[in-house]
Design a protein around this ligand. Structure first.
Ligand code: DGL
Length: 278
């Protein structure tokens, strides 16, 4: 292996919310962010399709040299991570690693709920996988979990409408429906990395006593811990403090929204991702 950036992958812009916190926590490393914007959203797609797309993107990041890839996408973590870790990595390269975002998020849930009633807002794919329910049941068996999908939120973000007045309707609708399903909820987990980009509106329509949990700082802390525990991999993570952005969509379009979301000028390159034969 040779030194290379850490790969950060999402279906689109959502993973930028994770990258932002990872850069703050671990500024010394290089990163390559891959947004598969041409195929987003993933959240409404079947297991097989999400797996094929995710594997193709992981392979793309490996071909850029990455030795460690973070799936900064709950849908991909729910539907593809385990198969990639168990079936694909042993064939592709036994030294490379792929990490997800669900387990570190769940490990923190117990810290933030007093009532033990937790609401998970996520994509249809993540909700249908029941990954959150299953992981929470392992660590916090007494917790009451209500999962609810918010399928319009990702398209709002991907189309640059997160701050637009049209977003209010769908933000209020999904928050109301979740709280109707369990009025005792005192913690809402944003189980999709796109959702923090709607945070202001989600906060506006959520009663103040309910805590809203995003994943960025949790995933960043968990990555820091992982690198500490795995010096054999950490030594192959290059340290120049540079982040490169690649997208399967038009790079100029990506740059416009990514610059807003990252709060700095982002330059991106187009990449063709080959899904066939992954
Ligand atoms: N941001 C992703 C997630 O965390 C996926 C959104 C999508 O493409 O539907 O689930």
């Amino acid at each position: 292996m040779t030194e290379a950036p850490i790969g950060i992958f999402d279906s689109g812009y959502g993973g930028l919310t994770i990258l932002h916190d990872i850069e703050l926590r671990l500024p010394q490393y290089d990163y390559i962010y891959l947004g598969d914007n041409a195929r987003a959203p993933y959240g409404t797609r079947s297991f097989d399709v999400v797996y094929d797309f995710t594997l193709a993107c992981v392979r793309q990041l490996f071909s850029c040299g990455c030795n460690l890839v973070v799936l900064a996408c709950n849908t991909a973590s729910a539907k593809a991570l385990r198969t990639i870790q168990q079936n694909d990595l042993p064939r592709i390269n036994t030294h490379k690693r792929v990490l997800g975002v669900i387990r570190p998020t769940v490990e923190n849930i117990g810290l933030y709920s007093r009532t033990g009633h937790v609401g998970i807002l996520a994509t249809q794919g993540t909700v249908q996988s029941h990954s959150y329910c299953m992981e929470i049941a392992k660590l916090f068996p007494d917790m009451k979990v209500t999962e609810y999908s918010a399928p319009m939120w990702v398209p709002l973000v991907e189309n640059g409408e997160a701050d637009g007045p049209g977003a209010d309707y769908f933000v209020k609708k999904y928050v109301d429906n979740l709280l109707k399903a369990d009025p005792q909820i005192d913690l809402i987990v944003l189980g999709c990395t796109h959702y923090p980009l709607l945070y202001q509106k989600i906060r506006r329509y959520t009663p103040p006593h309910i805590r809203i949990m995003a994943q960025g700082d949790i995933v960043a802390d968990s990555l820091a811990l992982y690198l500490d525990r795995h010096p054999e991999l950490e030594q192959y993570c290059s340290k120049g403090g540079i982040t490169k952005f690649i997208t399967s969509e038009n790079p100029r379009k990506f740059e416009t929204l990514a610059s807003i979301f990252m709060g700095r000028t982002v330059k991106a390159e187009h990449v063709d991702i080959c899904v066939c034969g992954s």
